[in-house]
Design a protein around this ligand. Structure first.
Ligand code: ZN
Length: 457
C-alpha cells in the first residue's frame, strides 16, 4: 500500500507541475534558433512582395512556404511608453522579453539598467551566435541583442561591445563606427575596433567575394561605411546579398556542436518605406524573402532548428490602393511599372538636391522610374505640400509629395513617412514554433525562443 500511496503522490505532483508550467515549456526543444526580422515589414509590405512575386515573377514567396509548413500569429508591439514603437524598443522587447521605453538598447523598463538578452543567454549555454543586417551592424535591431546603451545613437559603444561580447558572426554596414577619424571613420576616441576584432580572432571582410572566400572562423563583415545598399541599387556595388550573408552565417555557426542563435535582419525595408519608395520597399522585402529561403532550406536539412520570421514594426502604412489614373474597376498595383524602377528614392533624392525645379523633377522621375509625370504634377512635387503640411510624419523633402503624385501610376499609397501601430505577423517552423499561434505580444517571442533553447524560465 505504501508504494501505491507514493505513486499517487508522485502522480499528483506531476499533474500539478504540468499545470503550473507555461504551455511553451511543453513544446519542442531546438538545437539552433534562427530569428529573422524584416525591419518595418508591415502586412502590406509582405502583401506587395507576395503580389509582385506570384503575379509578375511567377513564384511563391519562401515566407509563404514557412507559413504553410509551420505556424502563424498576429503580433502586437506596443512599448512601455508608446503605442507606436521604434526599432530599439521593438528589438529589445524581443531580445529581453519585457516592455521598454523608446531608444534604449538592451536595457530594462527604466531604460538604464542592462538586461540580459537572448543572444547572451545562448552564449552562456555555449551556443554560437550571429547577427546580420543590411542596415548598420551597430544599428538598433542587432545592437539590442548584443549591447547595452541608453540611446541607440551611441553606436560607438555598440561596436566595441559587440566585439568584446565575442558574437561569432557580425555582418552589415556602418563600418564608420569601427574606425577612428584618421582612418576614415567617425570615432573620436582614436580606437580602431577592426584591429581589436582581428586581435580577438575575427576574419574581417568587406566585399561579397571576400565573404565567399572566408573560412569558418569568427567573422566580421563590414561592407559599407554607411548602411549597405538598397537591393535595387546593390548591383552597382561589391556588396553581398542578404541571402549570401545568411548562407555564410549558418555555415559558420552550425559548426558548433552545441547549436547556435542567429538574428538576421532585412534592415532597409524600413528605410525605403520611410521614403515612401514602393519599388525599393518591394525589392528589399524580396531580398529578405530570399534570405528566409536560405534559412528554411537549412531548417529542412536540420529539423532540430527553430525558424521564426517576424517584423519589428510597420513603417509608413503602405497601402495597396485600387485605382490607376484611368481605371473604372479596381486594378491594384502596376507591377510592370514598378519593375521598371532603376534606383532607390534615396539615390533620386541625392540627384534632385534641395528645392528642385519642376523640370529637374520630371527628368529624374523619368530616368529612374520610367514615368512621365505631367507639368502640373511636377509643379505639385516642387511645391512639396505634403512635407510642409505635416513635417513630423513626412520627414523627407520632395519624396513624400512625389510618392503622392505617383499613387495612380504605381497603385501604392502611404499613410505616413513614419512607423505605425499596425499589428504584424510572426511565423515559424521547427521545434518550438507550435506556440507561434493566435495573437501574441512581441515580448512573448523572447520566452518562446528561450524555452526552445532549453534555458530555464
Ligand atoms: Zn524606421
Amino acid at each position: 500500500m505504501r508504494t501505491t500511496r507514493w505513486g499517487h503522490i508522485a502522480a499528483c505532483l506531476f499533474a500539478a507541475a504540468v499545470l503550473l508550467l507555461p504551455s511553451a515549456v511543453l513544446a519542442g526543444q531546438a538545437k539552433n534558433i534562427i530569428l529573422m526580422i524584416g525591419d518595418g515589414m508591415g502586412p502590406s509590405h509582405f502583401g506587395a512582395a507576395w503580389l509582385y512575386s506570384t503575379k509578375l515573377l511567377g513564384k511563391e514567396l519562401r515566407m509563404v512556404e514557412v507559413m504553410k509548413s509551420g505556424r502563424t500569429a498576429y503580433i502586437a508591439n506596443d512599448t512601455a511608453d508608446s503605442m507606436v514603437t521604434e526599432s530599439a524598443a521593438a528589438a529589445t522587447q524581443i531580445a529581453c522579453g519585457l516592455k521598454v521605453p523608446a531608444r534604449a538598447v538592451g536595457m530594462g523598463p527604466d531604460g538604464k539598467t542592462p538586461f540580459k538578452t537572448l543572444l547572451e543567454i545562448a552564449k552562456d549555454k555555449g551556443m554560437a551566435t550571429g547577427l546580420v543586417t543590411t542596415s548598420g551592424i551597430t544599428d538598433a535591431t542587432p545592437a539590442s541583442f548584443s549591447a547595452h546603451v541608453e540611446h541607440r545613437s551611441d553606436e560607438f559603444s555598440v561596436a566595441v561591445q559587440e566585439i568584446q561580447l565575442g558574437v561569432d558572426v557580425l555582418q552589415g554596414g556602418r563600418k564608420q563606427f569601427f574606425l577612428p577619424e584618421a582612418a576614415g571613420g567617425v570615432r573620436k576616441d582614436g580606437k580602431n575596433v577592426i584591429d581589436e576584432a582581428r586581435a580577438a580572432g575575427y576574419t574581417v571582410v568587406g566585399t561579397a567575394s571576400e565573404l565567399q572566400q572566408a573560412g569558418e572562423q569568427k567573422l566580421l563583415g563590414l561592407y559599407n561605411m554607411g548602411n549597405m545598399a538598397y537591393e535595387i541599387d546593390r548591383a552597382k556595388t561589391a556588396e553581398p546579398s542578404l541571402a549570401q550573408m545568411t548562407g555564410k552565417t549558418l555555415e559558420i555557426l552550425s559548426k558548433n556542436p552545441k547549436g547556435f542563435f542567429a538574428m538576421i535582419e532585412g534592415g532597409r525595408i524600413d528605410h525605403a518605406a520611410h521614403r515612401n519608395d514602393a519599388p525599393g520597399t518591394i525589392r528589399d522585402t524580396l531580398a529578405f524573402d530570399e534570405a528566409v529561403g536560405v534559412a528554411l532550406d537549412f531548417q529542412k536539412r536540420n529539423p532540430d532548428t527553430l525558424l521564426i520570421v517576424t517584423a519589428d514594426h510597420d513603417t509608413a502604412g503602405m497601402s495597396l490602393i485600387g485605382h490607376s489614373k484611368d481605371s473604372k474597376e479596381y486594378v491594384g498595383m502596376d507591377l510592370e511599372q514598378i519593375q521598371k524602377a532603376q534606383g532607390s528614392f534615396e539615390v533620386m533624392q541625392s540627384e534632385l538636391g534641395r528645392n528642385p525645379t519642376p523640370e529637374k523633377i520630371k527628368d529624374v522621375v523619368k530616368k529612374y522610374l520610367a514615368i512621365e509625370i505631367t507639368d502640373d504634377e511636377a509643379k505639385t512635387v516642387a511645391a512639396d505640400t505634403i512635407y510642409k503640411l505635416d513635417p513630423k510624419n513626412y520627414g523627407y523633402p520632395t519624396l513624400h509629395t512625389l510618392a503622392f503624385v505617383l499613387r495612380p501610376y504605381l497603385g501604392v499609397g502611404w499613410g505616413s513617412g513614419t512607423h505605425t501601430a499596425s499589428p504584424l505577423m510572426a511565423f515559424g517552423s521547427g521545434p518550438g514554433s507550435e506556440v507561434v499561434v493566435g495573437f501574441l505580444h512581441n515580448t512573448q517571442l523572447f520566452g518562446i525562443m528561450k524555452t526552445a533553447m532549453g534555458a530555464a524560465q
